[in-house]
Design a protein around this ligand. Structure first.
Ligand code: ADP
Length: 633
């Protein structure tokens, strides 16, 4: 027998264990859900391997066994699944690979350890949840196809690993239970009835029998025999008639596959019949996972073939922009040993993919019309992810996403649909105007919007990072292009007063010719042009981009991503109706070398930058100029 070797846990695991050991979480029962789910995964993996590896095939029933020992105060969870090698044990039970758990720990750090305990359930912290109920945990495991077994033991500080023996492949996890303590939400996990209740609640649909050995009373003079009882129904919930499944069962299933404690917003049954058959069940969560924008986030749809689990996060089934939709698809006519390569080319999979996307959009439409309040919630959580489909998806998707989109505008208080915006624009509209920026607060009073507001033309206020990217793609909604209020010329003159406006404009150009030149000379390093504006009513100044230029939001984004971008000079527009113009005109006429003109030009430029949420290159110089102006120096 080899010596036990001591190993340190990875720092993140230590942190997680600390949390588990001191947890105030009131649903400590979930430890069993986590261990059963791991066991069920291990059985899935063995069953999957058995398809291609004859040496692993056997007649033995694949199952999970619970073995409580009241005397020792232990509970052992056995499975005859795939098992682990020594290296896998050290890797799997000593480190954390999942991005979800990492972000959970980041949150924890920000909260100084005072994390609301409900979050534990939402994250599904897996194997380490054992330490909520046990002081010591022992794992005895043997990988299918190998001879030696491995024993792993830990009391939560470090862990020891040694070679061991085990008659059959599989894994047994023995928990040395803490004392029952109702105040601490610890139950007696050696009690039959406690175990029965927890299994029924959390693991009823697990597709392997979960067995408990109990003394069965035979009624004859008190004779009792030991019997294995199966605690779970094992019925695939997606294959059962809808009216036979309760809401609770659906929600429990959702919790199992999504690791999300909150109730889903909607469920979508999938039935495909005809040349091939598939069934499934999708869910729309009511909140976004913390890792929604993490590149490692798992896509939410699992693939089964004839009730046999094939893979998690089947990318071929659902587009990335719908990665937050959770669920299961069970295809009847695929081979059990489908590979990723086959999936990518498979016609059935492509047909299922189409159906799922269609079903999801149909459901979004239903929620939008029937439960507008829920739909707004949904949009706030998933809208930005959905918009990614406007960049990556197909044109059919674009139409559906634009239909599903909710926006804020200058004309409405809350969120509205694009159709509502277009309906509100009246006849003869040529474009859907938008303003994009880092936040609603930063742009809603932007000078660029003034003329639009005074002419009652609604402008979309878009603030997701993805917006500038899809807006650059030239998409149309109801035949109208999207145009930025901060780009190119805007010509909002309508109807008969056009000639009049043109005349007024020419006059203003004449009046302020010298002012424009004077400002242009002083700001020639900053801007490419200075001109009069017809988009301002109250503000003195704003900056606009060339018709084809990158917009500032996009520019910032690209810089953040480390791209070298030459400085983009923009156009400074001045408001001919603003009092400061008269003042400047007087100054220029009196002495066009007056150093105060330089100060004014810089102040105007700075104001324009600030008003669009930008940053000043030299903020202290700007504030000195403001102070100087305040004291009239
Ligand atoms: P998760 O299951 O979410 O990946 P866990 O911390 O619960 O995270 O488990 C870590 C890993 O340990 C699993 O991914 C799996 O590879 C392995 N593991 C856990 N339990 C078992 C088991 N009963 N049989 C085989 N492998 C297991």
């Amino acid at each position: 027998m080899s010596q036990a070797k001591r190993h340190e846990f990875q720092a993140e695991v230590k942190q997680l264990l600390h949390l588990m050991i001191h947890s105030l979480y009131s649903h400590k029962d979930i430890f069993l859900r986590e261990l059963i789910s791991n066991a069920s995964d291990a059985l899935d993996r063995l069953r999957f391997e058995q398809v291609t590896n004859e040496a692993l095939q056997s007649d033995e029933e694949l199952n999970i066994r619970l073995e409580p020992d009241k005397g020792q105060r232990t509970l052992t969870i056995h499975d005859n699944g795939i098992g682990m090698t020594r290296d896998e044990v050290i890797e799997n039970l000593g480190t954390i690979a999942r991005s979800g758990t990492k972000s959970f720990l980041d949150k924890l750090q920000n909260a100084d350890g005072n994390l609301p305990p409900e979050l534990i359930g939402q994250f599904g912290v897996g194997f380490y949840a054992s330490f909520m109920v046990a002081d010591k945990v022992e794992v005895l495991t043997r990988k299918a196809g190998e001879e030696t077994a491995t024993k792993w033991v830990s009391t939560g500080d470090a862990f020891e690993v040694e070679d061991a023996t085990r008659p059959n492949p599989g894994t047994s996890i023995t928990l040395y239970l803490k004392e029952k303590d109702e105040e601490d939400h610890l139950e007696d996990y050696t009690d039959d009835w406690v175990l029965r209740r927890i299994v029924k609640r959390y693991s009823d649909f697990v597709s392997y029998p979960i067995k408990l050995r109990v003394w069965e009373d035979k009624g004859e003079a008190g004779a009792k025999t030991l019997e294995d009882q199966t605690l779970n129904s094992q019925k695939a919930i997606w294959a059962r008639p809808k009216d036979e499944v309760t809401d609770d069962e659906y929600n429990e299933f959702y919790r199992h596959i999504a690791h999300d404690w909150s109730e889903p917003l909607a469920r979508i049954p999938i039935r495909i019949e005809g040349t091939f058959e598939a069934q499934g069940l999708l869910f729309i969560p009511s909140q976004a996972p913390v890792d929604l924008y993490h590149p490692e986030m798992k896509r939410g749809v699992q693939l089964y073939v004839k009730r046999v689990f094939i893979m998690d996060e089947c990318k071929e089934l659902i587009p990335a922009y719908l990665r937050w939709v959770k669920g299961v698809v069970d295809a009847q006519d695929l081979s059990l040993n489908v590979s990723r390569e086959i999936l990518q080319k498979d016609r059935q999979i492509r047909a299922i993919h189409k159906q799922l996307v269609k079903k999801v959009f149909d459901t979004l439409e239903t929620i939008k019309t029937e439960r507008p309040e829920d739909y707004r919630k949904l949009w706030n959580h998933f809208g930005a992810a959905l918009k990614e489909g406007l960049v990556a998806g197909e044109s059919k998707d674009h139409e559906r996403i634009l239909d599903a989109m909710l926006v804020r505008t200058t004309a409405d208080d809350g969120l509205v649909t694009l159709s509502e915006v277009v309906d509100g624009m009246g006849e003869g509209a040529e474009a859907i105007w938008y303003m994009s920026g880092p936040s609603y607060e930063a742009i809603r009073n932007s000078p660029h919007l003034e003329a639009f507001k005074s002419k009652k033309i609604p402008v979309l206020l878009l603030t997701d990072a993805i917006d500038d990217i899809w807006l650059d793609r030239g998409l149309k909604f109801r035949d109208l292009p999207f145009r930025s209020v901060a780009k190119g010329d805007v010509d909002l003159a309508k109807g008969g007063d056009e000639a009049e406006e043109k005349k007024a404009q020419d006059e203003a150009e004449q009046t302020y010719k010298d002012v424009l030149t004077a400002v242009r000379i002083r700001l020639q390093d900053e801007v490419q042009e200075v001109r009069l504006s017809n988009r301002l009513t109250d503000s003195a100044v704003c900056l606009v981009a060339d018709k084809d230029a990158l917009n500032p939001q996009m520019e910032r984004l690209m810089r953040q991503m480390g791209q070298e971008i030459p400085k983009q000079k923009r156009i400074l527009e001045l408001n001919p109706d603003h009092a400061v113009m008269g003042k400047l005109k007087g100054m220029v006429a009196e002495n066009d070398t007056d150093p105060a003109i330089q100060d004014y030009a810089e102040l105007l430029y700075g104001q324009a930058l600030l008003a669009e949420g930008g940053t000043l290159e030299d903020p202290s110089r700007f504030s000195q100029l403001v102070a100087k102006l305040m004291v009239g120096a």
